[in-house]
Each structure stands twice: as structure tokens, then as C-alpha cells.
Design a protein around this ligand. Sequence first.
Ligand SMILES: Nc1ncnc2c1ncn2[C@@H]1O[C@H](COP(=O)(O)OP(=O)(O)O)[C@@H](O)[C@H]1O
Ligand SMILES: [Mg+2]
Length: 330
Amino acid sequence: MTDPLLSVRDLAVEVSTRRGPARVVDGVSFHIGRGEALGVVGESGCGKSITTLALLGLLPPGARVAGGSARMEGKDLLTLSRRALREVRGGRIGMIFQDPMTSFNPVLKIGDQLIEPLIYHRGMLRREAWARAGELLRLVGIPGGASRLDNYPHELSGGMRQRVMIAMGLACEPPLLIADEPTTALDVTIQAQIVDLVKDLRARLGMSIIWITHDLALVSGLVDRVIVLYAGKIVEEAPVDDLYARPTHPYTQGLLASLPTLEGEETRRLPAIGGTPPDPGRRPAGCPFAPRCPLRVARCESEMPPLVAVAGGPHRAACWVNAKPQELAA
Ligand SMILES: Nc1ncnc2c1ncn2[C@@H]1O[C@H](COP(=O)(O)OP(=O)(O)O)[C@@H](O)[C@H]1O
Ligand SMILES: [Mg+2]
């Protein structure tokens, strides 16, 4: 692809554990085009959040970048100073997280929180920023628009708070929006509304999106392409329709088989597969999925399969059995 907006190469993140450092993100490479929406899926604990937090310079204490690069707009995000990263966050990359209640300051009016990025990144005067904040509330479909600027976060419903969070993420019209399971705490009807809202905003504003989720069905109408993470590695990547039509990695097949029903039944835990991901620090030598994999052969336990093209397309998977990298090597 020509000139991706963000290009991540060989990202590695280590956390300290009682048994020493463990890689929780291991050799992750992906790119995202301008205006493209990328889904990042996988079970809880597989490294989705840590991957994006590393890009934003927001890793939790005890975690550190152990290698790789993340180029965006001519800079490597992984080597920026704290000050430069503050400019990127909010200014070039907007963020929406799962729980607006912990992301908002409970004692500040919504308006005062919305104007902050506009003043900091855009150098707006307070009055100008307040007017823009009102427009943003209308943009994200908050009934009453500007009149809600005087509300405190607890005065809004969860769905409305999440809309305000989106308004905040988009305040400076950043070229990239990162959404980390932003609807998980909401009921299914509201979840669908939030996804539709972001779809609509994307069509109007043209930003690129990284949407992290464990629920692929929820975002299948929003994202163009999907990467599937397992134990800190990409095990499959494909245009979203290809992934549905031909899931190739047994893990992806299991994920798709365990999608919640449309009626909103709770997500089941991979009934097709069973078991849980390995603890960081106790990951097997070969494919990390091998211990749970119904198709494993001897080689899977000793050697990690490379990510290779499936059927010649942009669809890639890392599996000795289903992706046949041995044929390429022959
Ligand atoms: N602050 C931390 N210290 C140590 N390990 C962590 C920390 N945060 C996350 N981890 C570990 O890193 C791995 C990836 O976590 P995370 O990216 O949060 O997963 P996901 O977002 O896919 O649910 C998990 O195994 C988790 O236990
Ligand atoms: Mg997470």
C-alpha cells in the first residue's frame, strides 16, 4: 500500500513477572491506511490493549517496549519524548476507552473537559472552545447538544457518557482514532448505536480507526480489515469479508464459532476449543495456540509457524496445518 498512516514493525512489549520478563506483545507488525478501519480481535489477555498503549506511550508500570518501530507522519512513536507524545495523544491520535467514568474527571463539567484538548492542541480561547464543544455534542448525537455542557459525568447515562468520550476523542479531528473495547460496558442496543455513530463519523470525517474488541460480530460492518491476536502474536489477518468466508487459523475458526447470537446472549468462552490462553512467561516454544488446538501436529509444539499468504491474497495466517507455509518453503 502507498504511504500508510501508521506502520508498526516487530513491536515487542515485555512485562515483569515473578519469573522475570515476559513478552506480552511479540513481533507484531501491521499498517493502517488513511481512512482505513482496522479491527483488532482476540480473547481477553492476548495483548490488544498493550499493543495500542505502547503506541501512545501509555504502558502501565512494569511494562516496557522491548523492540520495534511505529512510524506515523514521519516519526517513530516509540522513540518520541513525553512532550511530543502529549502532542500526538488527542492531537494526532484520538482515544476512546471502555469506561468513561474512570476516564472523566467526576468533579468537572463535561464542557470543561471537552474544551481542554481544544485549548491545549488547537490554542483556542475558552469561549471559542466552549462553542466548538457544543457542536461536538451535537455531532455525536447528544439530545440537547450544547445545553449538556453544564452537566457532570454522573448526570448522563452510560451510553451518553460514551458519546461524550467519542466527542472528546474527535475534538481535534485527529487522523487516527483508537477505540479500545469502548462499548463493552454498555447494553447491546446502545453498543450497536455507538458503532453506527462511529461509522457515520468516519464517513463524514474520513479518519482511520483501530477498533479493539473481543466481539467481531459487533464491528464487522465498521472495519475493513481484521488482525487476530493470540498470546501477543498476530495469528491471522484478512479483509473482514475474507475472514468470515474463510477463517484459516483454528483460533479464528473457534472465535467465529463462539460469537454471541444476535439476540445478545452472553459471549461463550470458545466452546469449539476450550481452555484458556497461556500465561505470559509460560508460553510454549512453538505455536502458542498448540495446547488448545484440535489440529495440532508435532511441529506446532516446537516451532512457531510464520504468517504467510492464504490463497495468494492479502489474507495471511500463521498455522502449520491450515496455512501450509511448508509448501512455500519447498
Ligand atoms: N500492568 C501489567 N503488568 C503485568 N502484566 C500486564 C499488565 N497489563 C497487562 N499485562 C499482561 O499483558 C497481557 C496482555 O494484556 P492486555 O493487552 O491488557 O490484553 P487484552 O487487551 O487483549 O485483554 C496479559 O497477559 C496481561 O496479564
Ligand atoms: Mg484490553
